[in-house]
Design a protein around this ligand. Structure first.
Ligand code: PRX
Length: 654
């Protein structure tokens, strides 16, 4: 398998530790016995339509579906066909006639320490008022709306307002550059951008509006910009363009809070989320209303064993899918209280997260392995200073977790009392697919364990034969699945459904042990997972090649102690250019300008030539050998074997 980290695979193969949920946890859990998991799982796989119809009935539908799953036009599956619902309604209105109305939906803390609490009633009112503001700007069902905001309550309000009116939201992570915003806005022809005058990160203001202004220099589809003031009493400097830009607080001033939710067809678009793939251009992953709604509702309830009294903290940014599904849609449908935090974990000190867990008595904490490895490095003294006894469940997502980090999480954060759910899923899957159930599953550090209800995984080889180590595959459709790639149905078919017939290919390698547990070992395609952020090597290569001094480039992912993976870029220059530190810096600035800081490779290596086959194909496998300090693999197919030998010497000397 290309891209599989051999060392990591060896480590997990030797892992023998087992952790059972405690009796107390088991007793109080929604699902507390293995027999019940097996019974429900069997039912969900043998008769998925009946199973999912039962779950969907727990939610509100304006009109019931007449068919649960339509598989006539594979792989263009449709769920809850003919049903009419609204996800914003299910997150808000559904709770208004119960005591949940007065319960906190969002407990927010800004990086500088400012705080706000929004009850379900408050959130409902704010969303309705904003929808009326959006209507005034001419936004209607089906319009695309880009959202580029810091992690503040207005981000949640904006997302739910779009869902309520039926506008398709595309949230752009606030670390993306102006050019990345422009690409996305152009691709989906967004009519409106919702942004802010700024947000806080590590004590500095992110000048979001300036970045949006730059992006809009060539985005004619955008007719209006709504600008949220991060702090009403203390506006951050930004330019407002007459006729196009509107302050959020002025737009909603005096607006009515009366705003019935749009009756959305189950298959109406809910959101687009751009993600990197194996080609140069990020793709807009399509999620629709009904199936995504039901899937996020159930996965949240069971994976996190969510109870009405829980304080749930998912530390992801809403700019990524984890924030969509497990800060907004899943928890709010379940009537939960979510903690939302704006800033960095090490600001103003490295104990910020633990201090917040203590302050808000957080019960469920869901974060990424890359963050856990950073916490480990910062030292136990930080978490040990705080009272973490409120925690009852821990979770991880985004990349494989190494057993050492898992054990640290278990001991130092969970004090050996909290089950850990290592949840495998993707932007494309909409929600959690492989995960322990905390009251049931005996966990093994590093394994995502067993499939969630309705999820049918397999491990296949290229020929589609079942094996114990190979490619992860999903053999049945599930409600949260993506419905396509925006504007490119062929790419959808090619990327996900062409490897085997009618089987979904996620792009990950995996192994199954004798207990049937799944161990995800990482991407098998040219997607690199840097600190939980997906970056396509082809995307970065094409950015380098756009630079006037660069002739060619090859980007590879290598193992990295903290980030899981890091990128190394091999760059060969056009004739007449010299390899200087200044040029290296220029190339780094170029990447930041084109994508954003988080996509910076760890190393840029200038190489006179790149190792190629006689037919001109760059041999990335050999570049990985060079970067990971291994003996070079087979070089006989190279046009010129000395190229890679020289590169190896140069790499080791640098
Ligand atoms: O390689 C897998 C890895 O993250 C990829 C999906 O990335 P993205 O769409 O950005 O979504 C991240 C959050 C859901 C997968 O193809 N991945 C995600 N979770 C895990 C994981 N790898 C191993 N174990 C996990 N728990």
């Amino acid at each position: 398998m290309p891209g599989t980290d051999k060392k990591q695979l060896d480590t997990v193969l030797k892992e023998a530790r087992r952790f059972k949920p405690s009796k107390e946890f088991r007793k109080q859990a929604h699902i507390g016995s293995e027999a019940e998991y097996r019974r429900l799982y069997k039912k969900s796989i043998q008769n998925p339509e009946k199973f999912w119809a039962g779950i969907a009935s727990e939610l509100h539908w304006f009109k019931q579906w007449n068919q649960v799953l339509d598989a006539k036009k594979k792989p263009f599956y449709r769920w809850f066909v003919g049903g009419k619902t609204n996800l914003s309604y299910n997150c808000l209105d559904r709770h208004l006639d119960s005591p949940t109305r007065h319960k906190a939906a969002i407990v927010w803390e800004g990086e500088p320490g400012d705080r706000r609490v929004l009850t379900y009633g408050d959130l409902h009112r704010d969303v309705c008022v904003f929808v009326n503001g959006l209507k005034k700007l001419g936004i209607q069902k089906g319009d695309r709306v880009a959202i580029y905001l810091p992690m503040t309550p207005e981000l949640v309000i904006a997302v739910l307002a779009c869902a309520r009116i039926g506008a398709v939201h595309t949230v752009i992570f606030a670390g993306f550059s102006a050019e990345s915003i422009r690409d996305r806005v152009q691709d989906c022809q967004a009519k409106l951008i919702i942004t802010g005058d700024g947000g806080w990160r590590r004590g500095k203001v992110l000048p979001l509006k300036d970045i949006v202004d730059e992006a809009l220099s060539d985005a004619p589809s955008v007719a209006s910009v709504v600008v949220v003031r991060r702090n009403l009493d203390n506006p951050l400097p930004c330019h407002m363009k007459d006729g196009r830009d509107h302050w959020y607080h002025e737009l909603i001033d005096g607006m009515s809070a009366d705003c019935p939710a749009e009756k959305m067809d189950s298959e109406d678009l809910l959101f687009l989320l751009y993600t990197s793939g194996t080609t140069g251009k990020p793709k807009g992953i399509i999620h629709t209303t009904g199936g995504y709604m039901v899937f996020t509702y159930l996965t949240t309830k069971y994976t996190f064993d969510l109870k009405p009294e829980d304080m749930f903290w998912c530390t992801a940014d809403i700019g990524w899918v984890t924030g969509h599904s497990y800060i907004i849609y899943g928890p709010l449908q379940n009537g939960a209280t979510c903690l939302l935090y704006e800033g960095a974990p090490d600001w103003p000190h490295r104990g910020r997260f633990w201090e917040m867990i203590q302050r808000y008595r957080v019960n469920i904490f869901y974060t990424a392995p890359t963050a856990i490895r950073a916490f480990m490095k910062w030292g136990d003294e930080w978490p040990n200073k705080y009272d973490l006894s409120s925690l009852r469940l821990l979770g991880t997502v985004g990349e494989p977790i190494n057993p050492e980090a898992w054990m640290w999480y278990h001991k130092t954060i969970g004090h050996k009392n909290c089950p850990i759910v290592d949840t495998w899923w993707q932007t494309e899957t909409g929600g959690i697919m492989i995960t322990p159930l905390p009251g049931v599953t005996e966990t093994k550090p590093g394994s995502a364990t067993l499939p969630f209800f309705g999820v049918a995984p397999a491990i296949l080889n290229d020929a589609g034969k079942e094996v114990n180590a190979g490619y992860l595959a999903i053999t049945q459709p599930w409600p949260g699945m993506l419905r396509g790639v925006y504007g490119d149905p062929e790419r959808y078919r090619q990327t996900y459904w062409s490897k085997w017939k009618d089987i979904y290919f996620p792009g990950d390698g995996a192994r199954r042990d004798k207990d049937g547990y799944y161990w995800i070992v990482g991407r098998v395609d040219d997607v690199v997972n840097v600190a939980g952020h997906r970056i396509g090597t082809a995307e970065l290569e094409s950015i380098f090649v756009e630079h006037p001094r660069v002739a060619e480039s090859a980007v590879i992912g290598v193992a990295h102690e903290l980030k899981g993976q890091a990128m190394v870029a091999f760059v060969s220059l056009r004739d007449g250019n010299t390899e200087t530190d200044a040029l290296e810096q220029e190339l780094k600035d170029w990447v930041v300008k084109k994508i954003g800081k988080f996509a910076l490779p760890d190393r840029i290596v200038f190489s006179g030539d790149l190792p190629k086959t006689r037919s001109g194909k760059i041999m990335r496998r050999l570049l990985r050998d060079v970067a990971e300090g291994r003996a070079l693999g087979n070089v006989t197919t190279l046009a010129d074997a000395t190229v890679v030998e020289k590169l190896k010497v140069q790499y080791e000397e640098d």
